[in-house]
Each structure stands twice: as C-alpha cells, then as structure tokens.
Design a protein around this ligand. Sequence first.
Ligand SMILES: O=C(CO)[C@@H](O)[C@@H](O)COP(=O)(O)O
Length: 225
Amino acid sequence: MSITADVVDTVLGLRREVAGLHRHLTDYGLVVWTAGNVSARVPGHDLLVIKPSGVAYDDLTPENMVVCDLDGRVVEGEHAPSSDTEAQAYVYRHLPHVGGVVHTHSTFATAWAARGEPVPCVLTMCADEFGGEIPVGPFAIIGDDSIGRGIVETLRGSRSPAVLMRNHGVFTVGPTARAAVKAAVMCEDVARTVHHARALGTPVPIEQSAVDALFDRYQNVYGQR
Ligand SMILES: O=C(CO)[C@@H](O)[C@@H](O)COP(=O)(O)O
C-alpha cells in the first residue's frame, strides 16, 4: 500500500500532531526513557501514524514518525515503528470508533496492573472520564496481536477509554490521539489518588446511578461545545 495524493496533507498533519503529543507523556510524568507511545488513525484509510521505536522523546519529529498499514507494515518512514504497532493496529481494525491509541507504564496505574486489580470508581473524576472502574486486561507478551486482542476484548465490555494490561501497563483509546493522551493523563491521576485513599482507609464507592449521571454530563455537557 502507498500513500495516495489525496491523503498526503492529512498524513503530514498527523505526523505533526502525533510527534507533538508525545511531549504530554513526559510533561505529565507518564513515561521514563522511551517507554511509551502515541499513534493516530488516518481517517478513511487503513493507515496509522506512530512513534518510531526506541527514539528519545526530545528527538521525535514529524519527519521520523512512521506510517503503517493496519497490519502493522511500514508504508512510509525511515525508522522501525513502535514495538506496539501490531497491538495498536489490531485496535484500529476492530474498534472503528477509535482514532488514537496511547501506551504508557505510568507508575500508579501500572502498580494496579501489576496486581491485576481494576481501579474502583470512587472518584467523580473516574466516573466522568471512565464511566466506572478502570478495567484490567489479560497478561499478554509483546510481539503479536495478543496485546491488541486483550485491549479490544476488555474495552468492548466497558465504557472506559483505558485498560490496565496485567503485569504490563496502560493502553488508552480515544476518538482522537489527543483524547487518548488525555485518558492516559487522567488514568494515572485517578490511579494515584485511589492508591493513596486505600492507604488511608476504605474508599467509598459511588452509586451506579450517580456514576451514569456524572459520565453523561462530562461526556456530553462539560467544557465548550
Ligand atoms: O512496553 C513496551 C515494551 O515492553 C514498549 O511499549 C515500550 O518500551 C515502548 O516501546 P517503543 O519505543 O514504542 O517501541
């Protein structure tokens, strides 16, 4: 597959967007070294734009982003794509509403993943963004589409845009790559706060009707429409 003339400008814009979004991973302390990545779907085309594997965040540029097809094959780019390209390509193939995917090993959320324990919905911000608990997905070793399959199977059963892959880390999705980055930022914040709440006592669950109302308001009313 090659990049046709009608999609060149779209890809250039996504190269800039995806390269730029990685600074939020470092700004919010969600990654160490190169251990995280962002990708975006190319709307209307079986293509994605993703970070090059193992490249320092300070060295990421629109030019060194990698364009792949949704089987994970490189279509345009001089670098090897992220280790998570196959997993994220699987997500794009099976969740058509997803426009962006993020992967981190952010500390508090990954500590919940290490225990295989979902983050309970005991904060209004968790209800707002995740619509309930932040679920745990199965342990899966990187290298084929088993991580992607675990992400999809888990997210299909949840309103959450985040999944804690057991013993590994965080994957988030969104209608855009920026929305997926936001979900990763809020996932870590909620995981940290609930961790501290648990250390001090027993957090109080929020009634499901309140969770539903909070989620609906935040998803459909909050902010500038
Ligand atoms: O989680 C892992 C490896 O276990 C990778 O996602 C992480 O190191 C980031 O790899 P990339 O630099 O995106 O290839």
